[in-house]
Design a protein around this ligand. Structure first.
Ligand SMILES: [Zn+2]
Length: 309
C-alpha cells in the first residue's frame, strides 16, 4: 500500500538526487504509482455505485472471496495468478493490471520531467510540484475510467477537486505559473507586485472560469447548431477543475490538445466500431496531463516563435 513506501521527502533527505542512479527514482515512482493505480481501480469500480472506496477489502468479482494481501500486489499478483482468482479460477480482467502499470509509468514520467530531467534541478520544491501533478494525474485517471465505463464524470472528482484548486495553487504556485513563477501576460500590470502565491491562486480561479466557460460555450452552441447535446455538463465541471489546477493557459491549451487527440481517436473508433459516441472526459484528461508536463516548454517555444520569448 502507498503508506509503506517512503515519502519522496524522506528519500531526498537520505540521498541527494545526483548521488543516486536515475533508475532508482524511476523504479520508486513506478512502484508507488502502481500502488496508487490499484487504489484507482477500486475508486473507478465503487465510486459510481456510491460505495466506500476504503472498505471492505477487494473481492473476487466471481465468487466474492476477499482477495488476500499477497494476491493483491499490483501487476505482479495478476501475472503470477495468470489473471484468475485463486479460489474459483474465475477471470480477473487484465484492465486492473493495465491501470496499475499505466499509473506507475505516468508517475515515473512526472518525476522524470519535473524533477530529474536536465534543467529540472531536483530541489525540494520540484518534488512538491511533481507530487501535486501526480495527485491530479490520479484524479484524471479515475475520472477517465469512470467516464469510459459509465459516460459520467462524477462530482466527487470534478467539483471535489475544483474547490481546493486555488488553495493548492497557492501552495504549489508552479502549477498555474510554470517553473519560472513569472506573472502571466494577462495579469494587469498593477497586480504584478502581488505575492507569487496570490497570483497563483488568482490564476487558478481564472482557470476555473476559462475552462468551465469555454466548454459551457461549446456545449451551448453545439446544442443550438446540432440540436443535440455536444458535451455533457460533467465535461464543463471537469474542464473547470482542470483550469483550476493549470490556470487559464492550461485550460485553453489542454482543450486544444484534447480536441486534436480526441478527433484522431474518434475517427479511428468510428471506422473500427461504427460507434459514434465517444466520451470526451478521457481526452480532456490527456490534454491536461500533457499541459502539466510540457505546457511550459510549449509556451516558451511558441512565444519564442512570435519573437517575444
Ligand atoms: Zn473467485
Amino acid at each position: 500500500m502507498p503508506s509503506s513506501a517512503p515519502t519522496p521527502a524522506a528519500l531526498l533527505a537520505a540521498a541527494p538526487l545526483d548521488q543516486v542512479p536515475h533508475a532508482f527514482w524511476w523504479a520508486a515512482a513506478v512502484l508507488f504509482g502502481a500502488n496508487v493505480g490499484s487504489f484507482l481501480n477500486v475508486v473507478a469500480h465503487r465510486l459510481p455505485m456510491g460505495l466506500s472506496v476504503v472498505r471492505p477489502r477487494s473481492r473476487c468479482p466471481e465468487c466474492r472471496t476477499p482477495i488476500g494481501a499477497l494476491d493483491n500486489i499490483p501487476i505482479l499478483s495478476w501475472m503470477l495468478l495468470r489473471g484468475r482468482c485463486r479460489g474459483c479460477k474465475g477471470r480477473i480482467s487484465a484492465r486492473y493490471a493495465a491501470v496499475e502499470a499505466l499509473t506507475g509509468v505516468l508517475f515515473a514520467v512526472v518525476v522524470h520531467v519535473l524533477v530529474i530531467a536536465p534543467g529540472a534541478a531536483g530541489e525540494p520544491s520540484r518534488w512538491i510540484w511533481a507530487g501535486a501533478v501526480a495527485v491530479l494525474t490520479a484524479a484524471l485517471l479515475a475520472a477517465s475510467l469512470i467516464d469510459l465505463d459509465h459516460t459520467i464524470l462524477p462530482d466527487e472528482i470534478t467539483l471535489g477537486w475544483m474547490w481546493p484548486a486555488p488553495v493548492v495553487a497557492a501552495l504549489v504556485p508552479e502549477l498555474t505559473l510554470g517553473a519560472d513563477l513569472g506573472a502571466p501576460a494577462w495579469l494587469p500590470g498593477a497586480c504584478e507586485d502581488w505575492p507569487v502565491r496570490v497570483i497563483a491562486a488568482v490564476a487558478s480561479l481564472a482557470g476555473i472560469v476559462v475552462g468551465g466557460g469555454i466548454v459551457w460555450g461549446i456545449r451551448a452552441s453545439g446544442s443550438l447548431i446540432l440540436g443535440k447535446e455536444a458535451m455533457g455538463f460533467g465535461d464543463v465541471k471537469f474542464q473547470g477543475m482542470i483550469g483550476g489546477w493549470t490556470g487559464p493557459a492550461g485550460a485553453l491549451l489542454s482543450l486544444v490538445a484534447a480536441s486534436v487527440v480526441g478527433a484522431a481517436a474518434g475517427v479511428v473508433r468510428m471506422i473500427v466500431t461504427k460507434d459514434r459516441y465517444v466520451p470526451f472526459g478521457p481526452f480532456l484528461a490527456i490534454g491536461a496531463w500533457l499541459f502539466m508536463l510540457w505546457g511550459g516548454a510549449f509556451l516558451g517555444w511558441y512565444l519564442g516563435l512570435l519573437g517575444r520569448g
